[in-house]
Design a protein around this ligand. Structure first.
Ligand SMILES: Nc1nc2c(ncn2[C@@H]2O[C@H](COP(=O)(O)OP(=O)(O)O)[C@@H](O)[C@H]2O)c(=O)[nH]1
Ligand SMILES: [Mg+2]
Length: 280
């Protein structure tokens, strides 16, 4: 699944793969190593979520292909809700601080994670970012995941909700072509709708049908970060989700995101990965 896009076992993850009691995990079976990584990821994600819940911070994970408008959506959202909600952003990209700088230019705290070669964020990366964020002073934390329509959906970061973006320039059949990502979405945003007059081949009805074919009940809102048309449907959705989240917290409960189990399975089917055993 990820062998072409750079997702691989990285230095810090090799340490995470170290088993407490089962040295036979080092017998060279990459799928067992990856199984260990994903379990460690889920444990860290639960710890992250407990930290968010202690402070009552709703955490929203934005996922999409590169360039579909995640940072532009954040900029428009932060401008619209500044003064109403206390917000911060974790940015994920392979390289550069460009997106964090765009967010900071609005007076909002942003922490940039640069993943190097990894095509998705994981819970340990987010845990490190939390040391740099004032959780006790926040209502909402956005995580802009690495631009990729596949792998981010398989990693619980400790967040509560997944929002997937599809820009009109990408074509209306993407939900069916990339079902792992679109099935994980709690909300689908069709972005850059100001460009629709130039893209008669994009059909909102086909995009909706493509998503519905995945048997997901996630709502779909069209919007333009550039003109702000449709933005209020998204901000109202956020307000409703925050109210539901707070009601859950009052009952001692929380929200877990959808994590694409089939994507996890695909991560485990990578026989070509070579693993150098760690010294015990
Ligand atoms: N016309 C138009 N362009 C947009 C919109 N949102 C983002 N863009 C442009 O699309 C490009 C990529 O946007 P960006 O937010 O960086 O995408 P990201 O990689 O998903 O974070 C930039 O040139 C943006 O100006 C929109 O609503 N309308
Ligand atoms: Mg971006």
């Amino acid at each position: 699944m990820c062998t072409d896009c750079g997702c691989q076992i990285r230095g810090h993850q090799q340490i995470l793969a170290k088993p407490s009691k089962a040295p036979d995990i080092f017998l060279g079976r990459p799928e067992r190593i990856l199984q260990g990584l994903l379990q460690k990821n889920d444990q860290q994600a639960d710890q992250n979520r407990q930290q968010f819940d202690r402070h009552g911070v709703l955490v929203i994970n934005l996922m999409s292909s590169p360039g579909s408008g995640k940072t532009a959506l954040l900029e428009a959202t932060l401008k619209a809700l500044k003064g109403e909600l206390r917000m911060a952003v974790i940015e994920g990209d392979l390289e550069t601080e460009n997106d964090a700088k765009r967010i900071r230019a609005l007076g909002i705290t942003a922490y940039q994670i640069t993943t190097g070669t990894a095509c998705h964020l994981d819970a340990h990366m987010v845990a490190q970012a939390l040391d740099h964020l004032p959780l006790k002073d926040l209502d909402v934390l956005f995580i802009e995941n690495v631009g990729n329509l596949v792998c981010p959906a398989s990693f619980d970061l400790g967040h509560h909700l997944n929002v997937t973006l599809l820009s009109v320039t990408e074509g209306d059949d993407k939900p069916q072509k990339y079902p792992v990502m679109f099935r994980a979405a709690d909300l689908l945003l069709i972005t850059k709708t100001d460009l629709l007059p130039y893209l008669p081949e994009f059909s909102m009805a086909r995009a909706t049908a493509s998503q519905r074919a995945l048997a997901t009940k996630a709502k779909l809102f069209p919007l333009s970060a550039k003109t702000s048309e449709g933005l209020s449907s998204w901000t109202d959705w956020m307000r409703r989700q925050r109210a539901s989240y707070q009601a859950l917290l009052e009952k001692g409960l929380s929200l877990k995101p959808r994590v694409a189990q089939e994507g996890k399975a695909l991560h485990l089917e990578r026989p070509e990965i070579t693993f150098k055993p760690l010294t015990l």
